[in-house]
Structure formats: C-alpha cells, structure tokens
Design a protein around this ligand. Sequence first.
Ligand SMILES: Nc1ncnc2c1ncn2[C@@H]1O[C@H](COP(=O)(O)OP(=O)(O)OP(=O)(O)O)[C@@H](O)[C@H]1O
Ligand SMILES: [Mg+2]
Length: 297
Amino acid sequence: MAEPGSTELFASTEAAQEALRAVDYLADRKIASLVHLGSRLQKPILVEGPAGTGKTELAKSVARATDARLIRLQCYEGLDEAKALYEWDYRRQLLHIEIRGQREHSGDAVEIEHDLFDERFLLTRPLLEAIRSEEPVVLLIDEVDRLDVETEALLLEVLSDYQVSIPELGTVSARRIPTVFLTSNNSRDLSEALKRRCLYLHIDYPSSDREREIVLARVPGISQTLATAVARVIQSLRSLELKKKPSVSETLDWARTLTLLAVDEIDSELLVETLPVLLKNQSDIDLAAKELGGTQP
Ligand SMILES: Nc1ncnc2c1ncn2[C@@H]1O[C@H](COP(=O)(O)OP(=O)(O)OP(=O)(O)O)[C@@H](O)[C@H]1O
Ligand SMILES: [Mg+2]
C-alpha cells in the first residue's frame, strides 16, 4: 500500500493559491482551500460547474505546480474496462503462439499460457497507469458524468482501495496514492457512493477581479486597461438572460481577438462586431447587441 502522507502537496490554502498562481491558474480561496484539503486528506476532488470555467485546467495546473505527471482518462459513453484499466494485447499474444509453434520445443499448454499472460503483453490504460506509477501522478478523470453506470462502479473500486486486481497477474496496489480530480458538467447525477469518496468543488464563473487576473495571466501583451474592460463587459453579458453565457474560454478568445485588433478600449460598435467570438446563438447575439450595444437587431 502507499505510504500515508507521501503525496501531501500543499501546506496551506495560501500555499496552494500561490503555487497555482505561479503556473498561471488563478484560484479563489474556495478552490485553493479544496485543493489544499484534498492533498491533506488524500481524497479525490469532484469538480462541477458550467462549461469553460477551468475545471480541467485546474487538474492540469496542479500537475504543473507540483511537477507531477498528468494522467488523463477522458470519459465517454461506452468507455469500458479495457480502455480505462487494462487489456491484453491479443495480437501480440497470437503472434507469440505462432512463433513458439514454429520452434521445436514449444513447451506444454500450461507453460504457453503462463508465457502469454506476461507483463509484456499487458496494455495499461490510464487507471492502472496511475496506480502503478512510481513518480507522483495527478489523475484527471475528465467528464465523469459521461460514463456508463457500470464503468462508474469500476472507478469506485479503484478509488476506494487504490488497487487493481488482474486475475492472471495478481493484485496491483498503488505505490503512492495519486492526486485525483474528477470533473463533471452535471449531465447526470453521479452515484452517492462515488460522491461520498470525494470532496466536492463547484466552480462558477469567476468574479470580475479574478477574470481580469486570468486575462492578464493568459493573454500575452494585453494592457491592464483592456483586461479590466474585458472583464467588465463579460460580467454585464452574464447578467443577461442568455441561452448560453460566455465562459472563461470565450473571454480569453475575445481578449486575444481585441489584442490582435490592437484596440485599447471597447466601444459599442466593436462589441457588436466581435460578439460572435463570445456568443454562439443568434438570439443571444441579438439580445446582447440590443442591451449592451444599443443596436436594434
Ligand atoms: N482560474 C483560471 N486561471 C487560469 N485560466 C483559466 C482559469 N479558469 C479557466 N481558465 C482558462 O479557461 C479555459 C477553459 O478552461 P477548462 O478547459 O479547464 O474548462 P472546463 O471547465 O474544463 O470546461 P468544459 O466543461 O467545457 O470541459 C482554459 O483555456 C483555461 O486556460
Ligand atoms: Mg473540461
């Protein structure tokens, strides 16, 4: 089993916040506090919230901040044990049997079988990879709400004991407990059992100040004035009754667009012209143009 305490990463909430800032991830106190607690308690963190608010990026940033290897399991409907945990490379196993058959002393059936279920023919997938890793690992189980219920149960097993049993090889236990993040867009409810094993972090759209900081950190060459204006306009947009509010990704795209256009302030004409970078529904664009741009659709 992994030694307890071996992967304690951040000494305090402030330390977590600082370390994340150093890799250009702007965490508010709630985010930093959960990251700190997760590392102290060695518990997975389930991160939920609207699209594009930095859920995936949080796990990537914790990996960067702690010099850990990032292992990502991208979830989708139909993802099964063979793609999440491990599978045997049957093509190479077949080839092996063929080659042995051509030799004179090819051995008996037991010997061949023993040979076939050898480490060499094992294809490790992200969960097993994370469990077996000698080096520190951040395991990102991304978009876990897309998993089928059976695969979710498998996940539960791995996250309970940090071990995987491979019938032909035996049980593999974690050498060190990985730092685990699960992200979800809340497309379906996750099982209570899975939630019970995790700390829960809801990331909402950032405050205007934090978004300004994010823009300054992520858009090279942007001026303070423009970053402030961008954050302010985005806040007003999010207060409208839109079908889909602009996410942080869209804020960054927009800020990059404005930087490319070499503007220093945002007038209503420029806003209306560049709205399609931010909003992806015509009715949202019309509403925003009317409310903020003073334009009739
Ligand atoms: N707090 C933050 N600090 C720095 N960058 C951020 C922050 N939050 C979001 N971003 C930026 O916003 C973009 C979107 O983030 P990310 O892909 O992590 O969103 P997400 O919540 O995983 O979205 P989805 O639900 O669509 O997968 C990234 O490019 C990231 O750089
Ligand atoms: Mg994501």
